[in-house]
Write a protein that binds this ligand. Structure first.
Ligand SMILES: Cc1cc2nc3c(=O)[nH]c(=O)nc-3n(C[C@H](O)[C@H](O)[C@H](O)COP(=O)(O)OP(=O)(O)OC[C@H]3O[C@@H](n4cnc5c(N)ncnc54)[C@H](O)[C@@H]3O)c2cc1C
Length: 326
């Protein structure tokens, strides 16, 4: 479909984000004959498209994230979902109506009867040289997803909060050693999380260090650490670096319309409805999300089924008002 046509259309559903959450929603809305537009600012597939090994999605033995999401893309396109590659800057309610106006980075607007926010949340990337080069090749931000690839290997975990300890503890079942590297000598994690991790034989901690550089040859071989007090640099051999220094939810373009928690994660009910009628959310952007692809896709499907009911209820209401006016 041409861009001009997209701009002139009143879409049944506009989905912000072309990851598993967005495509899970699109599968159900477009298959129910609702006109569906996914707006994606980078590339279809979302975070998972950057992972080269996925083995925990039902019916998929082993696939690259890219391969899997390309299949999702083809599937939703088959049912009529359209894609638009733009950054959504702000969503507004149309004054005097129930529609939404989706403001794009080029200053144009898309009109929608319902919205699914599936914009995900990005793990805060480690500010270390080599991080980009080894992302997905030894550098990871997801222990559940990638931990099993580091069986009997040496792992570095970066961070000092609850997730660094919890995810690090999870990694101790795989790694020969798991070394937590933290820039301070005190931690934000709970005593329970610390106690559990420290109870593992293969758990180590290095405090007052930052990771300056990640290096290797195709995959990670080691890190260069800097002591935060002395500035001294040292090398440490490792096969993997897991960063848990926080996530950055991407909900800023819609947070003025809906309830979020203090970090920006969206609060939803069991139907994935947000506090604003007409707006749903799905996937990693949801408060308390377990940040897994199967969950994101399921959230999208849940939202889509509810949207179908919401839109048909609105149509019935309009017909009744029309009939009463006749
Ligand atoms: C290294 C790594 C490995 C992983 N491995 C696995 C695994 O093996 N199995 C598994 O189940 N899960 C895995 N995950 C988790 C999985 O990637 C996420 O749970 C899943 O991608 C979340 O889907 P989502 O659709 O909610 O969000 P995302 O995948 O983050 O997609 C959101 C999309 O929204 C777009 N977007 C954001 N803001 C805007 C905007 N304003 N305008 C337009 N577009 C916007 C983004 O560009 C992005 O494409 C892994 C994650 C990481 C980081």
């Amino acid at each position: 479909m041409q861009y001009e046509e997209m701009l002139s259309k009143r879409w049944d559903t506009v989905i912000v984000g072309g990851g598993p959450g967005g495509m899970g929603a699109a599968l159900y809305t477009s298959r129910a004959d609702l006109s569906t537009l996914i707006i994606e600012k980078q590339f279809v597939g979302g975070l998972i498209a950057l992972t080269h090994e996925v083995e925990n999605y039902p019916a998929v033995d082993f696939a690259s994230g890219l391969d899997l999401t390309q299949k999702m893309e083809a599937q939703v396109k088959k049912f009529g979902t359209e894609f638009l590659y733009k950054d959504v800057l702000k969503i507004e309610r149309d004054t005097g109506g129930s529609d939404f106006l989706v403001n794009l980075s080029d200053g144009k607007q898309i009109r929608a009867r319902s919205i699914v926010v599936a914009c995900g949340s990005a793990p805060r990337r480690l500010p270390a040289a080599g991080e980009e080069e080894f992302y997905g090749r030894g550098v990871s931000y997801c222990a559940t997803c990638d931990g099993a690839f580091f069986r009997d290997k040496d792992i570095v975990v970066v961070g000092g909060g609850e997730s660094a300890f919890q995810e690090g503890l999870f990694l101790t079942q795989f790694g020969r050693s798991v070394t937590l590297v933290h820039r301070r000598d005190n931690f934000r994690a709970t005593e329970l999380a610390k106690r559990r991790a420290r109870g593992k034989e293969n758990w180590k901690e290095m405090t007052n260090y930052t990771v300056e550089e990640i290096y290797g040859n195709g995959t990670v071989n080691g890190v260069k650490l800097r002591h935060t007090e002395t500035g001294e640099l040292s090398d440490m051999k490792t096969d993997g670096v897991f960063g848990f220094i926080g996530y950055e939810p991407a909900s800023g373009f819609v947070s003025h319309l809906i309830d979020t928690d203090e970090e920006g994660y969206i609060v939803v009910d069991g139907h994935m409805r947000t506090s604003c009628p007409g707006i749903w959310a799905a996937g990693d952007i949801i408060k308390g999300s377990l940040k897994q692809m199967v969950i994101s896709a399921g959230n999208g499907a849940t939202a889509a089924i509810d949207i179908r009911e919401y839109l048909s209820a609105m149509e019935e209401e309009t017909e009744l008002v029309g009939a009463a006016g006749d």
